[in-house]
Write a protein that binds this ligand. Structure first.
Ligand code: PMV
Length: 349
């Protein structure tokens, strides 16, 4: 900080990324989901963000990503304009924001979830500090989830540990289109050992931007059946999470991953994001499961990379399988070793 800059307030958070098992695809109104989704947070893929409020200077937002001023600041400025209707103090300050990710830019891990998760946590903490409210409360996390959603829908699922659900579902009265809710109780212990090996097929490929992607569902031929399918899948997946039914877990997770891509392939315009190597990996994962009877499956985001999901107790066999049979189909043999994670953490400096 230089010269006579006055440091008013500061907040810093580390927030994990998340991967959806039941996919959010399609919006209603402003940042509300067409269907409910269910995801888990990752442990090693996270964003760390710090926000400083200043009274002086003439720039509303100075945004530094990995130490370099970044054009992402414009998106943050629009975001702050939106949320200033709730937090009027935002209009009184200029923002200096520093952010970095634990994963490389080209890793194919969606960074918007962890970035907006971390940003929303900082804003919520500043707001609670301004108004003298308790920051370690149920209301705090719920508000952070709601604010994260306004930046990027999937980000609202990043503020809770383990699994969370976003969007109204008959499963929980407390479920909401405005914020996610955590699945804290009752999840079978086998899922605390959930692993995610992110197999990098093509880090350079442009994913369908999520705003374009969600819009594809507005008049999609399969819109109604997709919504019904997501509700049914979330019911079945939740039951599988409670009972530890791995067969059901695998069936639902793979059905959701392929349905997301089916929606993209059959939309107008159409997108085909899976590469030959994505399909090769899918086939090999399925063959390995059949032959070894080890519970492994895949999920896929809006891109060509394959997330291989497996469980702690099978780690030696699955890692050997990755090394010997899968890495040949990854770009430069690249993969990321990740697992289910915990809640965001406050940064001290
Ligand atoms: O949060 P958005 O707008 O980037 O959309 C995310 C969409 C998917 O990642 C494909 C699915 C999901 O539920 O995270």
């Amino acid at each position: 900080m230089t010269g006579n800059t006055k440091h008013i307030h500061r907040s810093g958070w580390r927030c994990p990324s998340n991967i959806a098992l039941v996919k959010y695809w399609g919006k209603r109104d402003f940042q509300k989901p067409m269907n409910p989704s269910l995801s888990f947070v990752l442990r090693n893929a996270f964003t760390e963000t710090s926000v400083e409020l200043h009274k002086d200077g003439d720039k509303k937002v100075a945004y530094y990503f990995e130490g370099v001023e970044s054009p992402f600041g414009e998106r943050i400025e629009n975001y702050l304009n939106h949320v200033s209707s709730q937090f009027t103090w935002i209009n009184k300050y200029n923002f200096r924001i520093h952010s970095h990710n634990s994963f490389p830019h080209s890793a194919g891990i969606a960074s918007s979830a962890s970035s907006f998760g971390a940003m929303a946590l900082c804003l919520t903490e500043l707001d609670f500090m301004h108004s003298g409210r308790e920051t370690d409360s149920f209301e705090f996390w719920q508000k952070a989830s709601e604010l994260a959603r306004m930046g990027s829908g999937s980000a609202c699922r990043s503020v809770y540990p383990g699994f969370s659900i976003w969007g109204e579902t008959q499963l929980f009265e407390s479920s909401s289109d405005y914020h996610a809710i955590p699945l804290l109780d009752g999840v079978h212990p086998v899922f605390s050992g959930l692993r995610d090996a992110i197999l990098m097929v093509d880090s350079g490929t442009k994913e369908v931007s999520s705003s374009v992607g969600h819009r594809l569902m507005d008049d999609h031929h399969y819109q109604r059946s997709r919504i019904a399918q997501a509700h049914q899948n979330i019911n079945e997946l939740y039951l599988a999470l409670l009972t530890g039914d791995l067969e059901k877990f695998i069936a639902v997770v793979e059905n959701e991953a392929l349905s997301l891509h089916a929606m993209m392939m059959t939309s107008n315009p159409s997108f085909l994001l899976l590469k030959p190597n994505s399909l090769e990996l899918i086939n090999r994962i399925r063959r390995f499961r059949e032959k070894s009877q080890i519970p492994v499956c895949f999920t896929i985001d809006a891109g060509p990379n394959i997330h291989l999901l497996y469980f702690q107790e099978n780690e030696p066999e699955v890692k050997a399988f990755i090394e010997s049979e899968l890495l040949a189909f990854c770009e430069n043999g690249k993969w990321i070793d990740d697992r289910i994670g915990t809640r965001p953490e406050r940064l001290n400096n």
